[in-house]
Design a protein around this ligand. Sequence first.
Ligand code: ZN
Length: 94
Amino acid sequence: MSSDDEKPKPSRTWNLPLPDGGTLPIEIVSEEEAEKAEAVVCNTTDIPSMLPQSRLAYGNCAWCGKAIYWSRITAPKKPPKVCIHCMIAKGTTH
Ligand SMILES: [Zn+2]
């Protein structure tokens, strides 16, 4: 019970495994929220998928052009899909 906690922590987070052995916590949002997202974070194809091959869709990162994949079932359609590396770079530069 700390008074420093200004906002509640998101209850649904997923730790995305990174190639360097670390993890990146991803907040899981509803489909409606996801459609409004700035971008969808996708794994590059050098990161092993936790999903069966039949559920994956493939494409290229909207920012750097790397080959990426995402879940064809859960990924929102409107936001640009960007690779995890771009998202990390973005997250650490502002
Ligand atoms: Zn990228």
